[in-house]
Design a protein around this ligand. Structure first.
Ligand SMILES: O=P(O)(O)O[C@H]1O[C@H](CO)[C@@H](O)[C@H]1O
Ligand SMILES: Nc1nc2[nH]cnc2c(=O)[nH]1
Length: 267
């Protein structure tokens, strides 16, 4: 059984840290997904490129529900994701790692839940209101923090991620507003990815990599080129961070993620 999965974001398209890699296609009620499965220190790990291996899928068109349901079908309990972000916080500089602890959702046109009642295309036809006070798994966060510290990387143990619809970058005014609201970094993919994992009682955390200062803070034009170039420069560090973090994830789950549905359906 595959217990751990990595979801690679912009600039993270192949599972460099895995060996004996095979590709599996998984049918889900929301469509098919392709997952690479390999081994790392004898443990099977799944890898999924969020935007596709050739970055052909923009953030607002990702089939988040198929991706997360597919990993659930594989038996995955723990998901580590990468997110390339812009920084609104001068202390969080390009090249820094931010182990996210909070998020705010400003997306507009996505599908946010598996629980559509009678319309659900699976047997979970109930209504569910999931607690999302703390959107990230504390156990995976601790593993990522411990790994970043041990590797001596420039990292921040907490950070609030503002998720925008995209695919455009933000205006100066939007970044000014997000800063007032308390965002540290901005991206386009954490929502609904994080909530969908929690809805299936899977543990999920994301390590954000700051690729640029956000609009109006950076003096330069924002480009996706800059994002992918910095992610390429950081690819070795990202690989080491994920490998070490995986070693520190407890085998047994004692976090709130595994009981997310308790009380959510009103029963
Ligand atoms: O969040 P990931 O997948 O790292 O991608 C980030 O990079 C792209 C912008 O360059 C956007 O899709 C943003 O969300
Ligand atoms: N929304 C958004 N996503 C990003 N990903 C990397 N940089 C940025 C940015 O400045 N804004």
């Amino acid at each position: 059984m595959v217990r751990i999965a990595i979801i690679g974001g912009s600039g993270v398209y192949d599972p460099k840290l895995l060996e004996n890699i095979r590709e599996e296609e998984i049918n889900t009620p929301y469509g098919k997904i392709k997952v690479k499965i390999g081994t790392y220190k004898g443990e099977e790990i799944a890898f999924l490129a969020r935007h596709g291996e050739k970055h052909s899928v923009p953030p607002h068109k990702i089939n988040y529900r198929a991706n997360i349901w597919g990993l659930y079908e594989l038996g995955v309990e723990r998901i580590l994701a990468t997110s390339a972000v812009g920084s609104l916080n001068k202390a969080m500089k390009p090249g820094d790692f931010v182990i996210l602890d909070q998020l705010m959702d400003f997306t507009k046109n996505r599908v946010y839940t598996f629980y559509d009642g009678e319309d659900s295309p699976h047997d979970r036809k109930f209504v569910a209101h999931i607690d999302f006070t703390d959107p990230y798994c504390p156990e995976i966060r601790n593993a990522l923090i411990r790994a970043a510290k041990e590797l001596g990387f420039s990292y921040h143990p907490k950070g609030t991620y503002a998720c925008m619809e995209g695919p455009r970058f933000e205006t100066r005014a939007e970044i000014r507003a997000l800063r007032i609201l308390g965002a540290d970094v901005v991206g386009m993919t954490q929502c609904p990815e994080a909530i969908l994992a929690r809805e299936l009682e899977m543990c999920y955390s994301s390590v954000a990599i700051v690729t640029n200062f956000a609009a109006g803070i950076s003096s330069q034009k924002l480009t996706h080129t800059e994002v992918v170039e910095l992610m390429a420069k950081k690819s070795e560090e990202i690989k080491y961070l994920l490998m070490k973090a995986i070693e520190y994830i407890p085998k047994e789950r004692r976090c709130m993620c595994k009981d997310a549905l308790k009380g959510a359906t009103g029963d």
